[in-house]
Write a protein that binds this ligand. Structure first.
Ligand code: IMP
Ligand code: MG
Length: 190
């Protein structure tokens, strides 16, 4: 696996530090929103929606920094079939939870690239009139990669417009288990 990887863009230690800080900020903002809307912070009204499969590793680390009563509801969005490296439009590949009205919703994804995935999810979630919506991404590519603008409340790292793998991100289904964010060597792309 390592022979296929190029430059490391974000190390394991940097990810760990950043995820901890993001968790702290998110938890305190959620508590603030709940107090403002008269919700009991220990009432279990927070719903985290990880976007499969890329958000799996990030979500596993992030939720352990959130000392809140919350539930997890995964969704799947398909956009990168097989070996493609650019989004070909997106569609829901699983059903979105239908009971988000009045709840505090946090969407967790690995990366903001074209914006189509998170744009679609945000639209569908807002339609349900939740009490609050936040989007958390580990990585964000530059504005020039965007096909649509999406507000994202928490960003771990801004990275260049390169294709990256590791810490949940894949190429053709592989490299999700690599603990750092790295580029791929050109000869590993086929
Ligand atoms: P979007 O283009 O913003 O809709 O991003 C869609 C999805 O594409 C993300 O959730 C990732 O799973 C995937 N993706 C985008 N850029 C990369 C990358 O550099 N490496 C691996 N997956 C990526
Ligand atoms: Mg994804």
């Amino acid at each position: 696996m390592r022979a296929d990887l190029g430059e490391t863009l974000v190390t394991r230690e940097a990810i760990a530090r950043r995820v901890e800080a993001m968790g702290r900020a998110l938890a305190s903002d959620l508590e603030g929103s709940m107090r403002a809307s008269g919700d009991d912070p220990s009432g279990g009204n927070v719903v985290l929606i990880p976007v499969l499969t890329g958000a799996l590793v990030f979500t596993a680390d992030l939720i352990r920094e959130l000392p809140l009563k919350l539930s997890l509801r995964v969704v799947a969005v398909s956009s990168y079939p097989g070996k493609s490296m650019a989004s070909k439009g997106v569609k829901m590949a699983s059903e979105l939870p239908g009971d988000l009205r009045g709840r505090h919703v946090v969407v967790v994804d690995d990366i903001l690239d074209s914006g189509q995935t998170l744009g679609l999810l945000r639209d569908l979630i807002v339609e349900q009139e939740p009490a609050s919506v936040r989007i958390v991404v580990l990585l964000r590519k530059p504005e020039s990669a965007r096909k649509r603008a999406v507000p994202v409340e928490y960003v771990g790292f801004d990275i260049p417009d390169a294709f990256v793998v590791g810490y949940g991100l894949d190429y053709d289904g592989f490299y999700r288990n690599h603990p750092e964010i790295a580029t791929l060597r050109p000869d590993a792309i086929g």
